[in-house]
Design a protein around this ligand. Structure first.
Ligand SMILES: Cc1ncc(COP(=O)(O)O)c(C=O)c1O
Length: 409
């Protein structure tokens, strides 16, 4: 029977993943959130762990907005008003006032003319690739780009000789690739993460823009820059506007990002000029043929953008920066190797996969959740424990975590 045969084949492949050490660990299940109290930040209960309270040093919720009462209330109210789901795709009456409001706020936040929401940033990247790339496009992509960009580039309808992967943040290499683009290319897209989520470093947008301008005249449609700032938005820069703000380079043609990290909500989006956004609305299959985020989530997202763009947001971003600096200094003071930087993603390079596994387990036994990264997720030899700082961590939380790292050292 075909089902039996396919089960056997898949089981064999799963076993191979285990033997090669590439299988993912079973997923931990979060049962509930324990609000901050007595100098302690948020904690979480996990399935099977009774009353133990875990501190998350591995959450993308850099500002702790996911549990913000105004987001929770906004989601509930919109669901009551309209329903829990949109009832259709956007062009078949699935567009609610909350989707429109969120798009207007995101465009303004990123200083762009317009924005479009997708179900997530992964879909936004795929949608951008489907829409803007044709067989006469050349794509230059950073070697450490997020999987959603890598996959989008692979799926894009360009011939192999129209793709160039440049060494991570290496502007000389990008320059060489641009210089060597064949004359068959009419449109060039340079695409990269804003903040690189495994490293906490960021793209040199000024230098990238300089290169784009330098080569722009050579191509019929010009050179176009796309930055996926999923870990930068609502996390990085004085006002949370991400890598463009940190590099003071606003001349990025298209920003792809997520509401599912710093903004504490869910969904992805593209912000760009009006024509591109309308083109995406007309042509991006991952926008057109799929439900949008729910009205409740759109409303929570809109409220979140409003909070980030307020005094409260500035305060949260300032706490996040202070916590990041405090933890970075602390962990470096203990003699751990890190990738220097200013982003709340702090990679602690252990350079030994077995040690990483052991330390992640030990930290978990002391109620601390971190992410262990080994090859192939990071280059061989770069085995890392990734810590992510939140504005909601207290100094006592950070001291406790640093204390455990000291013990493990
Ligand atoms: C750079 C980048 N792009 C896209 C994504 C995916 O975001 P989403 O969960 O909204 O699909 C992530 C998240 O891991 C990311 O780091």
């Amino acid at each position: 029977m075909p089902t039996e045969r396919i089960r056997e084949i898949i089981n064999r492949e799963l076993k191979e993943l285990g033997e090669e050490g590439r299988e993912k660990a079973p997923e931990r299940v979060i049962m509930n959130y324990v609000p901050p109290r007595q100098g302690r930040g948020p904690r979480f209960h996990l399935m099977g762990q009774g009353e133990r309270e875990f501190i998350r040093m591995n959450s993308n919720g850099y500002l702790g907005l996911s549990q913000h009462p105004r987001l929770i209330e906004a989601e509930a109210r919109a669901s009551e008003e309209i329903g829990v789901n949109p009832g259709g795709v956007r062009f078949i009456d699935g567009t609610t006032k909350y989707h429109v409001e969120l798009e207007e706020r995101l465009a303004k936040f990123h200083k762009k003319e317009a924005a479009k929401i997708f179900s997530c940033a992964y879909m936004a990247n795929l949608g951008a690739a489907m829409t803007l790339v044709n067989e006469r496009t050349f794509i230059a992509s950073d070697e450490l780009n997020h999987n959603s960009i890598v996959r989008s580039v692979r799926m894009a309808s360009v011939p192999a000789h129209h793709k160039g992967i440049f060494r991570h943040n290496d502007m000389e290499h990008l320059g060489e690739i641009l210089q060597a683009i064949p004359s068959s290319a009419e449109r060039v897209i340079i695409v990269m993460d804003g903040v690189f989520s495994m490293r906490g470093d960021y793209a040199p947008l000024k230098e990238i823009d300089d290169l784009a301008r330098k080569h722009d005249h050579r191509f019929h449609d010009g050179v176009f820059t796309v930055v996926d700032d999923s870990h930068g938005s609502a996390a990085f820069g004085q006002t949370g506007r991400g890598t463009p703000e940190v590099t003071d380079e606003w001349n990025v043609d298209m920003i792809v990002s997520t509401l599912g990290k710093g903004f504490g909500a869910e969904g992805g989006y593209i912000a760009a000029c009006r024509e591109i956004i309308e083109y995406i609305r007309q042509k991006a299959d991952t926008y057109i043929y799929t439900n949008p985020i729910s009205p409740g989530m759109a409303s929570a997202g809109a409220v979140s953008v409003g909070i980030v763009d307020s005094e409260e947001g500035l305060g949260l971003l300032s706490s996040l920066r202070e916590n990041t600096e405090y933890f970075r200094k602390g962990i470096e003071g203990l003699g751990f190797e890190t990738i220097p930087g200013i982003h709340p993603v702090i990679p602690i390079l252990i350079r030994d996969a077995e040690k990483v596994k052991h330390m992640v387990k030990e930290l978990c036994q002391r109620d601390i959740l971190v992410t262990g990264l080994a090859a192939p997720i990071v280059p061989p030899g770069d085995d890392t424990i990734r810590v992510q700082i939140s504005a909601k961590h207290t100094q006592a939380d950070l001291d406790y975590v640093l204390g455990v790292f000291k013990e493990l050292k």
